[in-house]
Write a protein that binds this ligand. Sequence first.
Ligand code: ATP
Ligand code: MG
Length: 429
Amino acid sequence: MRLSRYFLPLLKETPATAEIVSHQLMLRAGLVRQVAAGIYAWLPLGLKVLQRITDIVRREQERAGAVEMLMPTIQPAELWRESGRYDAYGPEMLRLTDRRGRELLYGPTNEEMVTAIVRDGIRSYRELPLTLFHVQWKFRDEIRPRFGVMRGREFLMKDAYSFDLDEAGARASYEAQFLAYLRTFAAMGLRALPVRAPTGPIGGELSHEFHILADTGESELFYDAAIDEVDLADPDAPQRLRGLYAMEAEEHARAARCPVPAERLARRRGIEVGHIFFFGTKYSAALGLALPGPDGRTITPLCGSYGIGLSRLVGAIIEASHDSAGIVWPDAVAPFDVGLVNLRPDDPVCTALADEVERRLTAAGRSVLHDDRDLRAGEKFASMDLIGLPWMVTVGPKGVAAGVVELKRRATGERHELSVESLLARIGA
Ligand code: ATP
Ligand code: MG
């Protein structure tokens, strides 16, 4: 992709309205623009990150056996009256009326809708267990939208819903999502802490939040420092983590006695990026989802719901991975793998080499953002540092004579002069 034909509106100044570094960098690096309070347009570079995050989430959901579908953003109020949540949800729900006077709402979550769809689509207990998920925009009219996409009003969520015939099955579905979440966040280069959570307005019995540790997080956490030692890539990690204490401060204060000795109790702030709930028959009973079981007796399926804040994750990743020059994308979610800087677009020899590097890296499976603009070198380097692509390749007049380009690793600043062949051997996918 040529930068001269792309849309990357960078900002030189830090916008005064942005309080935290991820919000500042998302505006400066041309990832998003605010359209209204808590409502953002995703610009091309930001959209790529959102898509890469979504791809990882989708892959891990499918690996855990969940099946993708897509439900609409707009829902009938009637559905929410069936569960009793239409009145309970309060002013956070955006309510609409169509031209025929029918009451609608912009969905803040989808338990009712998916339960009604499964109710109407399933005939036999043999069709369960089933976990469905979708990736869809949500709207919550947050009282205080802030920190950019971190607490928006319109935001993108992956939400999954499990349906099981018995408690053991439902717990297995919950475990499968718990494991999928650990894998998902690890694949993004993040350490996410599972925190035993109160269940809130969605209700239910068992719930965990997943938090990225960051000083700007809105939640205050207390946890057993042994968690910091758990290798998240270890297949036993979910089991080990489940045994270790982690609580939001409010819950921690309610606990009569903390099971963790004071010297092992860590206290940090966290950003909630995911939340899983097991709530049993709450919605299946309310919406009349019931099936004749093998012995003829009626079974009311046991359910759980599992959310990941996809748009919030973009901000959370930046909070966890940046330096004074800009964003430092983890490889797995970077909008492009390589930033290619042609220092002399007016020089045919430089340009021919830069074009060749772009062509060959692309053929080798790398995505390349090629800065072919006629700007000062310093400005081009600063832009690349700001947008934080994992690798930068510079083609300039000095190197061209010797047949070499310069490779820089964004995260470490490490630089190497390489021939094009060696470059391909080094960073070709
Ligand atoms: P919070 O406590 O941060 O308000 P929540 O507990 O109300 O979030 P859930 O219903 O658990 O949110 O939604 C699942 C996930 O969706 C959350 O873990 C979070 O990552 C994301 N999310 C929730 N609200 C927002 C929001 N206003 N903006 C961006 N992401 C959000
Ligand atoms: Mg939550």
